[in-house]
Design a protein around this ligand. Structure first.
Ligand code: SAH
Length: 361
């Protein structure tokens, strides 16, 4: 028999698995059983899938595989946040974060969509890595499988935020496929409202997202009220300006009571002045929005400072006075560099430019 490439179950939506089974003379409904083993019970060894026939198990063992990111490091913060470093098939490393004690349902996973990131936001450490590569849908969902397993959270409800490494809309197809696998009734059966996708606001992809059957919550990394300020922080803003993004947000289909979150990293003396707050309030006046202020998580090599708590409160108060809903994001896991914008994996293969960036940290 000539060696054939194994089919990776981790990369298959249930429909595709049905087709693979059917092409091999097996009944389609076994796909649901296999999904439940993999996602609900964390079992990937066909031999242990005891409600499948011996013949089917043998076929799975011979012709299929399940790629799972390898857990190489696990670090726990004083606040209970845990950072997981995972190794992929090609030895690339990514990070995923477990945040306990969030508002119901209590657990949140912060998941990566790319190795590195191409967006190069001025205050973000991941941006310093540049984009190494996209993650596959199986690698995105694989992070969830590994965390659920490591934390013993099978059958427990949790939230997912696509706020780890990478820009999810820059890896559109695989991120959407991951959403479908996560939402599968026989998989993690995640309600879309438990998933939040955070983006710098890639315009074409935002429009595409508006037509997806599975609609996660949307968070837009705005960070500044004018194009001049935002352009200096988020380079892609020179391509799609604030007006474009706000217009796309206004067109975005939202369920009753749903709102778009606008994330705003606060940088001392840069975007935290009262006039910035007033401009931001104006900008969001007729958007169904809420604002999430994120005081900068400072790091060596990041040329900005975190504003004082008073400055953050003052800023938030102005927004609230203008009728906006405001929250301030707590920094979780800062002591283990697991907080927003602090995910960067040492020891990756780097280009000379990226090496320099890391030396500067
Ligand atoms: N690429 C996506 C998701 C990434 S991170 C996006 O840009 O939305 C999630 C949030 O953390 C983003 O709003 C990002 O701007 C913010 N962030 C990045 N670096 C940060 C830092 N050093 N301190 C605080 N927040 C940061």
């Amino acid at each position: 028999m000539t060696a054939r490439a194994l089919v990776d179950l981790a990369e298959l939506e249930q429909r595709a698995l049905e087709a693979e089974l059917s092409a091999r003379g097996h009944r389609r409904f076994h796909a649901g059983q296999i999904f439940r083993w993999m996602y609900q019970r964390g079992v990937t060894d066909p031999d242990a899938m005891t409600d499948l026939s011996r013949e089917l198990r043998q076929m799975l063992a011979d012709e299929f595989t399940v790629s799972t990111p390898a857990l190489v490091q696990r670090e726990r913060s004083v606040d209970g946040t845990e950072k997981f470093v995972l190794r992929l098939r090609d030895d690339r490393l990514i990070e995923s974060v477990f945040i306990p004690d969030t508002p119901a349902p209590r657990y949140t996973f912060c998941i990566s969509t790319q190795v590195g990131c191409a967006m190069a936001c001025a205050f973000c450490l991941t941006g310093k890595m540049g984009l190494v590569r996209n993650l596959s849908a199986g690698e995105i969902v694989g992070q969830v499988r590994v965390l659920v397993d490591a934390l013993g959270l099978h059958g427990v409800t949790f939230n997912i935020v696509f706020m780890g490494m990478g820009e999810p809309l820059h890896n559109y197809d695989e991120t959407m496929k991951a959403l479908r696998i996560l939402a599968d009734e026989d998989g993690f059966a995640m309600a879309p409202k438990r998933i939040t996708l955070s983006t710098v606001g890639l315009l074409k992809e935002l429009e595409r997202l508006a037509n997806e059957p599975i609609m996660p919550n949307l968070a837009i990394s705005l960070h500044a009220p004018t194009d001049v300020q935002r352009g200096a922080l988020v380079p892609i803003n020179t391509k799609y300006g604030i007006a474009d993004i706000i217009a796309a947000c206004k067109r975005f289909p939202l369920k009753k009571r749903a709102r778009i979150t606008f994330e705003y990293v606060m940088l001392a003396g840069v975007n935290d002045r009262p006039e910035d707050a007033r401009k931001l309030a104006q900008l969001l006046a007729d958007v169904k929005s809420k604002v999430n202020l994120i005081p900068l998580n400072a790091a060596a090599g990041i040329p900005f400072e975190r504003p004082s708590d008073e400055a953050v409160d003052r800023f938030g108060q102005i927004l609230a006075d203008h009728g906006l809903t405001v929250s301030v994001r707590k920094s979780r896991g800062r002591d283990i560099r697991a907080a927003c914008g602090q995910l960067i994996v040492e020891g990756q293969k780097r280009s000379p430019g990226q090496k320099l960036a890391v030396v500067m940290l």
